[in-house]
Structures are given as structure tokens and as C-alpha cells.
Write a protein that binds this ligand. Structure first.
Ligand SMILES: [Zn+2]
Length: 197
């Protein structure tokens, strides 16, 4: 299970504080709810592209001895399953969809053209659901469509704060879960795949 690392700062500051497993050690298990601090259980490595960073970062893992499952602490500037940071994606979506800049201006290298198109496609498909979820945080604003309304709501809430609420609170992905990876649809996907036609 992935939970968010309550960390605000740069990628470099994130890397520097990773050596201390006690800094953000979960005091209880988010999966089985056992009220016992989790045990540090190494790291996994993932790639990240941020405004001033392009490389690998480590993500700390903890183990719950009660249920034998691991919990990884994903930094808040990262969206699950996406390589670019939330800051990079947010800047692109604002430039392209709210300010109507050209793709070339909105996605300066190294953001590849296809990646920008992919974010837009997912954001458009998910915008209506996003507006409904974000209404718990901020007043919906009049806008000409759900895409513009969602972007305005994200700007007023703050993208990281919105991500913290969506992912931590309601297990919702800011760009929508990729097919088959939603935490709640996983079981449904498997059982329907195995069900007789
Ligand atoms: Zn547990």
C-alpha cells in the first residue's frame, strides 16, 4: 500500500531526510489498523522528473509485523504511477488547458509531446469526478466546463493539498487511476475476469 509522506520541500531536501527512519514512521498500520509502530523495511527506487531534477529517488518502505504487509511512503510531490512530479504536471495542465498556450510553450523539453497529451487525456476524462471530490475542500466556481472548473478549484486549493486530500482521504488519483489499478476496483477486476461469461 502506498501512503503519502507528509513532506514539504525540494527533492534534494527529501533525499537528505530519508536516512532517518523515525522521522515519519507510521505509528499504526493503515491496512490492518494495528496500533503498533511499523518497522523500517528498506527502500525501492523510482524515477522522477521535476523542474530541476531528472533521476532516481528512493521511497521508504515499512513492514507491519501483524499483517506482514508493507507500506511505502510516497513523497507528496509525486502522483502514483507517473514519472513526472506533480509540479511539472500541474504547470503543464495550467499552461495548456487554462491559459491555452501551445503545446510547445506548455511542455518545454524534456517533457515529450506524447506525455503531455497523455496527461491532458486523463485529466479531461477525470475532470467531472475531480470537481465533485474537490467540492469538499473549496467552493465550485462558475466555469465553462468541468476541465476549467477543476483547474480553477485545484489552483485555489493548491495542487499538493488537493492531492493529499484526494489520495490520503478518499484514495482518489488526481489524474484518475489507470485502468485496473484503482485500489477499490482491483478485486472487482480480478473477480470479473475470472467469472463465467
Ligand atoms: Zn498491518
Amino acid at each position: 500500500m502506498q501512503i503519502l509522506h507528509p513532506f514539504a520541500g525540494s527533492v534534494q531536501q527529501y533525499n537528505e531526510q530519508l536516512s532517518n527512519p523515525d522521522a515519519h514512521r507510521p505509528g499504526s498500520c493503515p491496512q490492518c489498523r494495528t496500533k503498533h509502530p511499523l518497522t523500517a523495511h528498506g527502500f525501492y527506487t523510482r524515477t522522477l522528473i521535476d523542474t530541476a531534477f531528472d533521476g532516481s529517488i528512493r521511497v521508504r518502505r515499512y513492514l507491519c509485523h501483524a499483517c506482514q504487509r508493507t507500506v511505502s511512503l510516497l513523497p507528496e510531490f509525486i502522483l502514483p504511477y507517473l514519472r513526472s512530479s506533480l509540479t511539472v504536471i500541474a504547470a503543464f495542465l495550467i499552461a495548456r488547458l487554462l491559459l491555452a498556450q501551445t503545446l510547445k510553450t506548455a511542455a518545454p523539453p524534456p517533457t515529450p509531446y506524447q506525455r503531455g497529451q497523455f496527461w491532458m487525456r486523463r485529466f479531461r476524462a477525470h475532470a467531472e469526478a475531480l470537481c465533485a471530490a474537490l467540492a469538499a475542500l473549496t467552493q465550485p466556481t462558475p466555469a465553462r466546463d468541468f476541465v476549467h472548473r477543476a483547474l480553477t478549484m485545484l489552483e485555489s486549493t493548491g495542487w499538493i493539498a488537493a492531492h493529499r486530500f484526494l489520495f490520503g482521504g478518499v484514495r482518489c488519483h488526481l489524474l484518475g487511476w489507470p485502468r485496473g489499478l484503482a485500489p477499490d476496483s482491483r478485486r472487482a477486476t480480478f473477480s470479473s475476469a475470472g467469472a463465467p461469461a
